[in-house]
Design a protein around this ligand. Structure first.
Ligand code: KIV
Length: 268
């Protein structure tokens, strides 16, 4: 049975949260199970991030992820979500060739998955593309600071971005082109605070300090599922990896020694 009282959060409501002084909690999810749990917990938005390439597929970067894979994961997520705004990453080279290419790929994602919006990385250099997408009625979340799709150019994944004037220019360019929100990744707190003050759209930080309008974390990171990953910006709210290993060890032991299944687990 569906709960008719639950209404999906809209892009205008997400945008309006800033003026209302409401902080926004965003988390990544890649499948039906975790998206449903995240939605039930009350997060404001679920990002089907191209981090799927690293967290789920086991690559070292997000670069190999394809549009088809993003659609596959976003469909699973959208089937589970009742309230949160679902945003889907445009993967590497799915929008860099031209604004037309971006509309085609983002259009496929929106039409086939039912997601509300797409996210792309870049500010000044992606202004025309963000404008073209918003003109095509596709809401866009921007992403500046560390841009994992530019890992080859930036020279590494974990580098804090410190060029204040460039970061401000990028953030303003994304807003001016029509982005309804913007991710600020791995930039100093003071710069994130300045961008947050200057922009009228919500800033969603990750490694950008406490002054942003919201926060995004990779779901499996905050749940403690990703083992040895301990960057300074991450707070782990659970240790599900240890809990899962303990449960699976106990299960294995009980099957090996005949403790499980018992008669009580059998059908007559
Ligand atoms: O792909 C992703 O998960 C992201 C977040 C880390 C912001 O872009």
């Amino acid at each position: 049975m569906t709960d008719a009282s639950v209404r999906p959060l809209t892009v205008p409501q997400f945008l309006a949260a800033k003026a209302q002084g409401k902080k926004l909690a965003v988390v990544t999810a890649y499948d039906h199970l975790w998206a449903g749990i995240s939605d039930a917990a009350g997060v404001d938005a679920i990002l089907v991030g191209d981090t799927v390439g690293m967290v789920v597929q086991g690559h070292n970067t997000t670069l190999p992820v394809t549009v088809g894979q993003m659609i596959y994961h976003a469909e699973m997520v959208c089937r589970a979500v009742k309230r949160a705004l679902v945003v889907v990453d445009l993967p590497y080279l799915s929008y860099h060739v031209s604004p037309r290419q971006a509309i085609r790929n983002a259009g496929r994602i929106i039409k086939q998955t039912g997601a509300a919006a797409v996210k792309l990385e870049g500010g000044v250099t992606q202004g025309d593309t963000i404008r073209a997408l918003t003109n095509a009625e596709i809401p866009v979340m921007g992403h500046v600071g560390l841009r994992p799709q530019s890992v080859r150019k930036l020279g590494g994944m974990g580098k804090v971005q410190r060029d204040e004037e460039q970061l401000l220019a990028d953030a303003h360019a994304a807003q001016d082109a029509g982005a309804f929100a913007i991710v600020l990744e791995l930039i100093p707190r003071s710069i994130a605070a300045r961008i947050t003050k200057e922009l009228s759209i919500p800033t969603i930080g990750i490694g950008a300090g406490p002054d942003c309008d919201g926060q995004v974390l990779v779901g499996p990171d905050l749940l403690g599922l990703t083992g040895d990953f301990h960057p300074k910006f991450l707070k782990k709210y659970a240790d599900l990896r240890t809990a899962a290993i303990n449960a699976l060890q106990q299960y294995t032991q009980e099957v090996h020694n005949g403790e499980f299944p018992t008669a009580g687990h059998s059908h007559e």
